[in-house]
Design a protein around this ligand. Structure first.
Ligand code: SAH
Ligand code: TYD
Length: 384
């Protein structure tokens, strides 16, 4: 299970599930089915601290400032963010003195946010939580969910909750990996237990449309391998923007509504897998040293789907202290701190954190100068 880094004493009772993916023929929602229980994924030892990446912190600072300027009237405003994690976004609202509330089930990251002076309640957001927040705090002007909505199986409960919580002219802002980008890049590693949905305008519009909400604007960015930001309001509340209408029409051209698109995607995933395995086996036979860079949740999908072992990848370097000293889920590849990497550069580093390439490449110039190569584990298995 992605993000379930473990110590050797847990090897024998490791949790496994069969990661089957399905697409709904009517609303085109792409979903991992049979996912683990949420408590198994979001708990006091949650592995992902969003603020680890300076680039992501800057991205969400810019987003927060834009939202503060555009969507929140200065005198009476209240912001709710679900999946606020370590406060990567809410810290900006807190600093500006804006009344806010974070809802976060993973206790360790929630505490990291509280340590920054952010108001956070522990728990899973759903229709009941929304009711309770509304009774205690009133309605929200702004509801934010970045890289979170695709983690929540009961999307109907969340959408019903947003409908209750938002002010009549309130805005919901959601951002997460975009289906169009996943299909294009063959970034099948976006799929794992926590990433159980990969949304599109078509599928998200359908899910929230059942609860009186509609998308009126979108923005794309390249973070996390290609994300879409969706702006939603109550039906008829705002005029749809031109860029939203253009992208909505483009989803038809991308074939998101056709089954063949997904069958072709599966074949492209199989080819990407075969290319990666072949390349790693060749390097292994040539006696090259190959390691992994970034013990991402995504890496669990690649490593286990491709059947990689410590014969292919000696270790994975990662900056997150709670991952270091542990082993990757399934294949049990050791996770080490970055100094192991910098003290003795390998020939190749499989960039499991490929979505942070610019940041990592800038930081690891000496690796490339010393002759090392990055290997992108998805799509065409590019090397740089
Ligand atoms: N918003 C941050 C963190 C995303 S990680 C960012 O964009 O980087 C996703 C977060 O969602 C995790 O911290 C997880 O604990 C939280 N989460 C999962 N299910 C949730 C739910 N039902 N309600 C609120 N938060 C949830
Ligand atoms: P990320 O790609 O953001 O997410 P996910 O786990 O959802 O797939 O994870 C980035 C991981 O890469 C995280 O464990 C921290 C690590 N990392 C480094 O080791 N060095 C770096 O310079 C950066 C940016 C990330």
């Amino acid at each position: 299970m992605g993000n379930a880094f473990l110590t050797p004493d847990r090897f024998d009772d490791e949790y496994f599930y069969h990661m089957k993916v399905a697409v709904c023929e009517s609303c085109c929602t792409l979903q991992v089915i049979d996912i683990p229980d949420p408590d198994q994924m979001f708990h006091e030892n949650y592995a992902y601290f969003a603020g680890t990446s300076q680039y992501m912190s800057e991205h969400f600072r810019v987003m927060s400032e834009k939202l503060m300027a555009e969507y929140v009237s200065k005198d009476s405003l209240f912001v709710v963010e679900i999946g606020c994690n370590d406060g990567i976004s809410l810290q900006n609202f807190a600093r500006a003195g804006i009344p806010h509330l974070g809802v976060e089930p993973s206790a360790n990251v929630a505490q990291a946010a509280r340590d920054k002076g952010i108001n956070v309640e522990s728990g899973f957001f759903n229709v009941e939580t929304a009711q309770s927040i509304t009774e205690r705090y009133g309605h929200a002007d702004l509801f934010i969910a970045t890289n979170t909505m695709h983690h929540i199986e009961d999307i109907n409960s969340v959408a019903a909750g947003v409908e209750i919580l938002l002010k009549p002219d309130g805005v919901m802002v959601q951002e997460d990996p975009y289906l169009g980008d996943m299909l294009e890049l063959v970034s099948y590693d976006q799929l794992y237990a926590e990433h159980m949905y990969i949304w599109s305008i078509t599928s998200l519009g359908s899910a929230f449309g059942r609860h009186g909400l509609e998308i009126f604007d979108i923005e794309r960015n390249n973070f996390h391998g290609g994300c879409m930001r969706y702006y939603l309001c109550r039906k008829g509340g705002r005029k749809p923007t031109e860029r939203f209408l253009v992208q909505q029409a483009k989803e038809d051209e991308l074939g998101l509504k056709r089954q063949e698109t997904y069958v072709a995607f599966r074949k492209r995933c199989e080819s990407a897998r075969d290319r990666l395995v072949e390349r790693l086996e060749t390097y292994c036979q040539q006696g090259k040293r190959v390691v992994g860079y970034g013990a991402t949740a995504k890496s669990a999908t690649i490593i286990n789907y491709c059947g990689l072992t410590t014969d292919h990848i000696a270790y994975i370097s990662d900056t997150t202290p709670t991952k270091q000293g542990k082993f990757s889920p399934g294949a049990h590849i050791p996770i080490v701190p970055p100094d192991v990497f910098t003290e003795n550069y390998p020939d190749y580093a499989v960039l499991f954190a490929w979505n942070h390439f610019d940041e990592i490449n800038a930081k690891e110039k000496r690796f490339v100068e010393s002759g090392g190569k990055w290997m992108f584990p998805i799509g065409m298995i590019e090397e740089k």
